[in-house]
Design a protein around this ligand. Structure first.
Ligand code: GLY
Ligand code: MN
Length: 418
């Protein structure tokens, strides 16, 4: 809880424009009937909240309030929710917990939001606005920063136009904080990567001709669950043959065939942090000469980018190509004449989201966590190859967190064989 408190203090210090009567607003997210609930990343990052439907306001003084739906049924009976646990709110540093508004039916907050079900919150926000305060929120649809919150705030704005006129977007400030991981985050991420490594081992053990892509996925996700990862950090990609030339082919019913390769690009989520590792395996257990040639070129490109990964380098920056890991990987692939088959960026930040927030045009700094994942995709040959590892930047260069997962041709063939 101290970690979350420190982050809130740091955020308040970092928002230069914040005034005494402004309020930071966070929303923990809506529940869906298709997937288990996961709190929105920024709300979790700043408070540790794991419960749905909660609005949190934070003042410059640090005073923190929660507004929770007034459910029409005993939510604890259905969800064992933290919302019913008085001790948690206190321990988490909330100064008060109020109802959002009048009673709603059922045990979860759905859309559209009705005025009466958020009337207390609206009253509080109107009071802030009438006193000249701004509502500091994740006001942009910045990829992965807070779409849930954006939707919730848009719903409030429809109920009261004065409220929307007082929105002030603090996305960039939070993104920059989240770009540099603290010790707690590094630990969660390391565990997510370890479990993802275990999932890759499970894939390597399962792969054999005649098995469907989705069956390989089953082995991987079973591995994640066995190791305590409650969900995947993104839909698992198991793509064989020509499917591997579709960058985000999610596992389907195509059967693995001798002679083909299979891309396995998967991530376990642990403590809400995302692993993201890719390996490319030969279904038969042996790479053909052509597959070896292409695989070696991709591996060389990854190693070239990895070796260059030091503080001050960029993931991708066309204006500073000598310092750009993307361009270093591209140059390496061009020595084998393969640059035109490299169809995506060399990597991305990882954290609470698999494609984590943070300005990619900022140089890498100690505390940044990211992927390096070159690939080549040649539909005419029915071949896609990608190799992806996860890294933590330190003062002395990038540490490969996934070094426990083999990537050399001989080692890959050995784990399939064993
Ligand atoms: N692992 C999926 C991606 O990075 O896009
Ligand atoms: Mn990735």
């Amino acid at each position: 809880m101290d970690v979350f408190r420190n982050r809130r203090e740091q955020l308040i210090n970092n928002i230069h424009e914040i005034k005494d009567n402004d309020l930071i607003i966070l929303f923990s997210g809506f529940e869906s009937s298709r997937t288990s609930f996961r709190p929105s990343s920024c709300a979790y990052y700043l408070t540790g909240i794991e419960d749905s439907g909660v609005v949190i306001t934070i003042a410059k003084s640090g005073r923190m309030q929660a507004f929770v739906p007034r459910y029409g049924v005993d939510r604890g009976l259905w969800c064992g929710s933290r919302a019913v646990d008085d001790a948690w709110w206190k321990q988490a540093g909330f100064d008060s917990v109020n109802y959002l508004g009048e009673k709603i039916s059922g045990y979860s907050l759905g859309m559209p939001i009705k005025e009466q079900s958020v009337s207390n919150l609206l009253d509080s926000l109107k009071k802030t606005v009438s006193q000249g305060g701004q509502l500091l929120t994740l006001g942009s649809l910045h990829k992965n920063i807070g779409n849930e919150q954006y939707i919730f705030m848009s719903q409030l704005a429809m109920l009261d136009s004065k409220i929307s006129e007082s929105f002030f977007d603090i996305s960039e400030t939070i993104c920059e904080m989240r770009r540099i991981k603290d010790e707690c985050e590094k630990e969660a991420l390391k565990r997510a990567v370890e479990i993802t490594v275990a999932g890759q081992h499970a894939a390597a053990c399962a792969i054999k001709p005649g098995l469907a892509e989705c069956a390989v996925r089953g082995a991987i996700e079973r591995g994640f669950l066995l190791h305590g990862a409650l969900r995947c950090s993104f839909p698992s990609i198991v793509a064989t043959g020509k499917n591997a030339t579709t960058l985000h082919h999610t596992s389907g019913q195509k059967v693995l065939e001798n002679g083909d390769l299979v891309i396995v690009d998967v991530g376990a989520e642990y403590g809400f942090y995302a692993g993201d590792l890719t390996r490319t395996y030969p279904v038969s257990g042996k790479f053909s000469d052509r597959q070896k040639e292409l695989y070696s070129a991709v591996l060389e490109a990854q190693k070239a980018a990895e070796k260059a990964a030091k503080p001050g380098m960029f993931l991708k920056n066309a204006k500073e190509s000598a310092k750009s890991l993307h361009h270093i990987a591209l140059k390496s692939l061009s020595t084998a004449g393969l640059e035109k088959f490299f169809l995506h960026g060399v990597g991305h930040y990882i954290g609470l989201e698999v494609h984590d927030v943070g300005d990619i045009l900022q140089p890498l700094e100690p505390g940044c966590t990211f992927t390096i994942e070159p690939g080549v995709y040649i539909p005419d040959e029915g071949i896609g190859i990608r190799i992806e590892d996860n890294y933590l930047m330190t003062e002395n260069g990038a540490i490969r967190l996934s070094s426990g997962l083999p990537r050399e041709i001989g080692d890959i063939e050995n784990i399939i064989a064993s």
